[in-house]
Design a protein. Structure first.
Length: 521
């Protein structure tokens, strides 16, 4: 995708979105995403495994070998090798383009798709990739009444979706790290569906420009990142920003994530495959992060990036076990039951390596609210864990109009006992009904973070003791002076203008009186 210029990319995206919208008809866009995104994934893994096999055969002296044309019986000979190396296996008859070729005439298309998806997932059973493949097609409900009132109508729409996805110009060079058309298109469509869905979409997708800022901060001055983690990974957009930056320099980078929503969990794993991250390089788990963390044994992590749910209700102090949990116990209190934000923060701090950095999107209330949240902030500040707080512009996220913030945590990698406060609330461009961090805004935020020094109206370095003395308030507006953008009033000019206006008024009144007197005569 990088080989296309921005105009070509924008045109491709526009075309794909129009196709996706025209396909769905009366089906709700949020529900229909599973069919378009699922078909793109099905096409990707089919072409990816063919490409892989063709390279193996070319190296073995058979450059004209075509896996799609051989019999299923012959293909069975390489099943074990493919599962070991790719994590899954697809028979020639099950390949996307072979299914598309007969889709219009297949009266049992829905049943055949179900069988194929089950077969692909089952190919990994009992192997190292079993957890990575399980349930990936579970949201592709071929018998949903939303697709049509009869099997015939459903199959017609399914065939239309498959054929349309087959025509999309998504590239085919899977060994080319600069060609990310599949992954780029997938993320673009998720963004569009998230925008259309509003709040529900915002729960699983972090805008790319925000992901970019988090990735740059978390990887700054840390050249040896081996493992990156997101405990509320959604569709994986934050983790995959590392794949496009740090991952290009370190092909062995490991990606860890946890997600509580099954649909979003599937989207994340699919997203990993579409960005050509092999199954043995990622570990995405399904469960409640706060109550049932899945990566305690994999910690510590060199970089953590996350946009956890805002003001999530959780068990908190009602669960007497939690106060002794090693993640939460150091603060001496738990995040309130009505807002688990700082529970996620404490969870990430525990998982962070001594030299690592965590960049976390937070709801602004956690910066200044009292009670147990204040006590947790006191713990974080007094132990010098808070590296930076960044105030973001409002209206960046889908379904969230308020201005969010970023809290950056470090353990022993800080060079001082202070917190850097950055006010980026005015660094944005309005596009449509959303605000957006343009590249120059992202660069400025990162420059302020990397320089770590005062800049009028934008950044302020404040000692921990001063923050503690200020009720452990981490609100950026409490420390960074706001620029007075009001137009300054020149009193002398105002008085002179008023004097002229009064004179003009008196002159006008005199003229009016003269005219009235003349009319009366």
């Amino acid at each position: 995708m990088a080989k296309n210029n921005s105009n070509e990319r924008a045109e491709l995206h526009k075309t794909i979105w129009e196709i996706a919208n025209n396909l769905r008809g009366s089906v709700d866009g949020w529900e229909f995403k599973a069919y378009v995104l699922g078909s793109i994934f099905y096409r990707f893994i089919s072409e990816n495994i063919c490409d892989y096999i063709h390279k193996l055969m070319a190296d073995a002296g058979e450059p004209d070998f075509d896996y799609a044309t051989i019999s299923d019986e012959m293909a069975e000979r390489i099943r074990q090798k493919m599962v070991e190396e790719k994590g899954y296996f697809i028979l020639p008859s099950q390949l996307f383009h072979n299914v598309v070729a007969r889709a219009d005439k297949d009266e049992n298309l829905n049943e055949h798709l179900t069988q194929i998806f089950r077969s692909i997932e089952a190919s990994a059973q009992g192997t190292a990739s079993e957890d990575d493949m399980r349930g990936l097609f579970s949201d592709f409900a071929v018998d949903s009444s939303a697709l049509g009132s009869t099997v015939i109508r459903r199959n017609q729409l399914l065939a239309k979706v498959l054929k349309t996805v087959a025509t999309m110009d998504l590239g085919s060079r899977y060994d080319d790290t600069d060609n990310d058309t599949f992954g780029d298109t997938y993320e673009y469509l998720m963004q569009m569906y998230a925008s259309e869905a509003g709040k529900s979409g915002g729960e699983f997708f972090t805008p790319q420009q925000v992901s970019e800022v988090l990735a740059r901060i978390a990887s700054h001055d840390n050249p040896n990142i081996q493992k990156v983690y997101d405990p509320a990974c959604g569709s994986g957009s934050l983790l995959l920003k590392f794949a496009k930056t740090v991952g290009r320099l370190n092909p062995n980078l490991q990606y860890f994530g946890q997600e509580v929503n099954p649909t979003t969990y599937n989207l994340c794993r699919i997203n990993m495959f579409l960005h050509n991250i092999n199954f043995d390089n990622f570990d995405i788990r399904l469960d409640d992060t706060l109550l049932h963390p899945q990566h305690m044994d994999d910690a510590p992590f060199d970089a953590i990036v996350s946009n956890p749910p805002y003001s999530l209700k959780w068990e908190g102090k009602d669960n007497t076990i939690l106060i002794n949990d090693p993640r939460y116990a150091p603060a001496g209190v738990l995040a309130p039951k009505s807002a688990a934000d700082l529970a996620f923060t404490m969870h990430m701090l525990w998982h962070l390596s001594e030299r690592g950095t965590a960049a976390i999107v937070e709801f602004p209330g956690v910066l200044y609210r009292g009670g147990d949240e204040k006590k947790i902030r006191q713990y974080l500040i007094s132990h010098n864990y808070v590296d930076c707080v960044i105030q973001l512009p409002a209206n960046l996220f889908f379904g969230v109009g308020i201005a969010t913030c970023i809290i950056v945590l470090k353990k022993s990698a800080k060079k001082d006992s202070s917190v850097l406060f950055i006010d980026a609330s005015n660094l944005y461009k309005k596009e449509g009904n959303k605000n957006k961090l343009m590249p120059e805004h992202q660069d400025k935020i990162f420059e302020l973070y990397a320089n770590r020094k005062d800049e009028q109206y934008l950044a302020k370095l404040v000692k921990n003791d001063d923050i503690l003395a200020n009720d452990s308030n981490l609100s950026v507006s409490s420390y960074v002076e706001q620029e007075d953008t009001r137009e300054k009033i020149d009193i002398k000019k105002v008085n002179a203008t008023l004097k002229d206006l009064v004179a003009e008024s008196n002159e006008l009144n005199t003229k009016i009186e003269t005219i009235i007197k003349e009319l009366g005569e």
